[in-house]
Write a protein that binds this ligand. Structure first.
Ligand SMILES: C[S@@+](CC[C@H](N)C(=O)[O-])C[C@H]1O[C@@H](n2cnc3c(N)ncnc32)[C@H](O)[C@@H]1O
Length: 346
């Protein structure tokens, strides 16, 4: 009976997970944190500004106080440290992250059962569109996506991996689908004398240049608008492919890899950065399994096992060399051009 109680609690609590997602989403969508920051901070002022009934507003504000996003002094609400992170103006703002989770992910996840049965992508069923195309069309959508992406990529801890690299001869670093440059920036800060190029879709350019400037690598890194499904010509000692392959099925992934391969020389190396699914299913790896579902839900992609990366590389004519797991959980998979064995060497 005791077990039944514990199990029932686990199930009811997991089933209520959406409530926290939507509490934060609603508060961010209504811009409650931003208005409080501007001292529009009583129920009366907020309800006028937002055109929301005061009683409903109080229902939203109460749990935000209880969760320590806001504090209430007399009739005025103030932001706590946590609440400040949900304003658009905060340096480390997570407002976009919250909008991405509530406005894009949660809606996609809600369509998973239908999508699985009809062999469609949950996001497409929910939104009637495609994630990357929508990023291009809708500024708010891209703001949310980009905020989430930067948050994750800035936490990809590459420092130990980079310190272990022996090659001091690196001059050119190319980040394919490099987004706004959170990953290439780490490489450029380690290889002080190298120059870099980000290849990504045209509409990403402006935010990428802003980010490179913020990180003081703008003088060493340019942005080339391009489509990684079409051939391109960029020379590089290091090619980076971070969290790109997991967005695509095997056929598309092989196309991307072949286009990179066409730019590689015997001395260049490709580093693929992805979460790798461990062979054995264990509770401690729950984040990887949930991320795998998340990638399928939003863009029909998939996380893969190491053997699957090995096979993808092989199909694209590249050789798997090594794989190292980094501190933040992702793996860096090293690939090079297929090693040709000369007749005399056999
Ligand atoms: C999941 S994000 C990864 C961004 C970055 N590599 C990182 O790890 O932070 C995928 C990136 O692929 C880019 N992308 C999607 N389709 C593309 C295409 N056809 N050609 C070039 N870039 C593309 C997106 O704009 C986005 O920046």
């Amino acid at each position: 009976m005791e077990n039944m109680e514990v199990n029932a609690r686990i199930i009811t609590s997991m089933s209520q997970g959406f409530a926290n997602t939507y509490l934060l989403y609603t508060a961010c969508k209504l811009e409650i944190f931003d208005f409080i920051e501007q001292n529009i901070n009583t129920v009366l002022e907020l309800s006028k500004k937002l055109n929301v009934d005061g009683q409903i507003l109080s229902k939203i504000l109460r749990p935000l106080v209880a969760y320590d996003f806001l504090e209430k002094k007399d009739v005025e609400y103030q932001l706590t440290e946590k609440g400040k992170l949900l304003t658009g103006s905060s340096k480390n703002s997570l407002k976009g992250y919250v909008l991405y989770c509530g406005g894009i992910c949660a809606k996609s996840w809600s369509m998973m059962a239908e999508a699985a049965k009809t062999k469609q992508i949950p996001y497409s069923l929910a939104m009637g569109a495609e994630l990357f195309a929508e990023n291009e069309k809708d500024e708010g959508h891209y703001f949310a996506f980009n905020n989430m992406m930067n948050f994750i990529s800035e936490r990809t801890s590459l420092s130990d991996f980079l310190c272990d690299l022996q090659d001091t001869n690196i001059k050119r670093i190319v980040d394919i689908g490099g987004g706004t440059g959170a990953v290439i920036t780490q490489f450029l800060k380690y290889f002080h004398h190298a120059t870099g190029t980000i290849l990504d879709l045209e509409f990403v350019k402006e935010k990428a240049l802003q980010n490179l400037k913020k990180n003081m690598v703008i003088d060493r890194c340019d942005f080339v608008p391009g489509d990684f499904f079409k051939s391109f010509s960029i020379s590089g000692d290091i090619f980076i492919l971070s969290r790109v392959l997991h967005d695509w099925n095997d056929e598309d992934s092989i196309k991307i890899l072949r286009n990179i391969k066409a730019n590689m020389t015997d001395n260049s190396v490709l580093y693929i950065i992805e979460l790798v699914i461990p062979e054995e299913v264990k509770r401690e790896n729950i984040d990887v399994y949930m991320n795998d579902l998340q990638i399928w839900a939003v863009c029909g992609g998939t996380e893969r096992k190491l053997l699957e990366y090995y096979k993808l590389l092989h199909s694209a004519g590249l050789s798997y060399i090594d794989s190292k797991q980094i501190h933040s959980g992702e793996s860096v998979i090293e690939a090079r051009l297929d090693i040709k064995i000369e007749e005399g060497e056999i």
